[in-house]
Design a protein around this ligand. Structure first.
Ligand code: ATP
Ligand code: MG
Length: 396
């Protein structure tokens, strides 16, 4: 199968892949983006062993439209860079190349060896090793464009057919190496409608705490991805079921237990429905909106508390917002500053109820988000009808 010799010797348990030739898998060349085909072609002609891998291959096998295609090769990022004029070597944790081709940006990574070197220098490996270090079996299928053949080192095809998310290797070890895999597992369950194998889901209960060791900005990215890829509702339910909600968003769990639970629950549920709908309609989704939603109830509680202690309402509002957006409240997630500014605006505009503010409100650059937020509040039973009418004429 391999037209190129494998340079590095793998560990003792070298594996033979199951090879699915054309006809045994559903992938057709025209389904693959021209840019990805071209990048593979250039690398292959330069005699590098090159495959498509990851979500693109997985989604094609499932007859879903892939978001993008990842390419993996035995060329080092520097070697890739030499082949393409518009390419850049990037990455802090791992170095890889971004190749710009036909208005697309294609990620080209080099076969990576095992995870024990995760935080040290990049250590390149073979395709077999690369397969083992991926997260789930269904994400470790390699497509050879020349042969139109699928290489399966990990029984990924079987899991794809039975709808199973199965972590590669020993779950405990793999979650310890990178706890974000727990969140990714939930994302794929939601996205694909699959189930986790018990050896993938069960360790999560015990290891959830490891997520507290993940960098706060990365957690922010992962949570946004979880809620903003068309499956907010299912993802939320999985987070609850696997007890990750109390790790990632402990404020929500606390308020669901202590505050006006019925409204908050309804509010979250309705917003997830709206968010999923917007995703389907290809409408923009701003992370500010998501967190404005998630922390709306905690904000209400905080305002009430401050107002109760005699602070005037404008100041109460500002203090309450500052309190909710402070790192102490949002952790373990860190919300970037510009997103916080968006949340601040969405919330602050909710309180510009009086007619004399209408001009200012409508001109505000976050008016649309604030308006959607107001609509959501109305949908959930808050009394904001007059304000909506004041704001509405501008809205198309
Ligand atoms: P999506 O359709 O959401 O992009 P994806 O599977 O392509 O799904 P990416 O985050 O784009 O997800 O990652 C591409 C591939 O890189 C994955 O399919 C997987 O093989 C590998 N990968 C990504 N993150 C990890 C991780 N934390 N641990 C191991 N492998 C990973
Ligand atoms: Mg991807």
């Amino acid at each position: 199968m391999h037209r190129f010799s494998i340079r590095r010797k793998t560990s003792s348990k070298q594996l033979e892949p199951r090879i699915l030739t054309k006809g045994l898998h559903g992938i057709q060349l025209p389904q693959i983006s021209k840019a990805a085909l071209e990048v593979v072609d250039v690398l292959t002609r330069a005699r590098y062993q090159t495959y498509l891998v990851g979500g693109g291959v997985r989604d094609l096998c499932l007859e879903k439209t892939p978001k993008d295609f990842d390419i993996v090769t035995n060329a080092t990022p520097q070697q890739v860079k030499k082949l393409f004029s518009r390419s850049y070597v990037i990455g802090r944790r791992f170095r890889l190349a971004h190749v710009h081709c036909k208005n697309e940006r294609i990620e080209v990574s080099t076969f990576r060896a095992g995870e024990h070197r995760y935080y040290s220098k990049n250590v390149y490996g073979t395709v077999e090793e690369d397969a083992q270090r991926r997260d789930f079996t269904i994400n470790a299928l390699y497509y050879d464009i020349q042969q139109e053949a699928l290489l399966d080192y990990v029984d990924g095809m079987r899991d794809l057919e039975s709808g199973i998310i199965r972590i590669l290797g020993k779950a405990k070890k793999r979650y310890q190496e990178d706890p974000v895999r727990m969140i990714r597992a939930i994302r794929f369950v939601a996205k694909l409608g699959f189930e986790m194998s018990p050896d993938t889901s069960e360790p999560i209960f015990k290891l959830a705490n490891l997520l507290l060791g993940v960098s706060a900005p990365r957690l922010f990215d992962e949570v946004v991805k979880l809620f903003y890829t068309g499956h907010a509702e299912t993802s939320y339910r999985s987070l609850q079921a696997l007890r990750l909600l109390e790790i990632l968003l402990p404020q929500i769990v606390y308020h669901l237990e202590h505050a006006e639970t019925a409204f908050y629950q309804k509010f979250l549920q309705q917003s997830f429905i709206n968010i999923d709908q917007r995703y389907k309609q290809n409408k923009s989704l701003s992370p500010s909106f998501l967190f404005a939603v998630l922390f709306w109830q905690p904000l209400q509680v905080r305002i009430a508390k401050l107002a109760g202690s005699g602070i005037p309402s404008v100041r109460a509002l500002e203090h309450a917002i500052d309190y909710i957006l402070a790192e102490k409240f949002t952790r373990p997630i860190d919300i970037p500053k510009r997103i916080k500014e968006g949340i601040y605006d969405i919330w602050w505009l909710q309180y510009k109820k009086h007619a004399r503010y209408v001009r200012m409100v409508r001109r505000h650059r976050r008016f649309r988000a604030a308006y959607d937020f107001l609509l959501l509040r109305k949908q959930c039973g808050e009394q904001v009808g007059e304000q909506l009418e004041l704001w509405a004429p501008h809205y198309k």
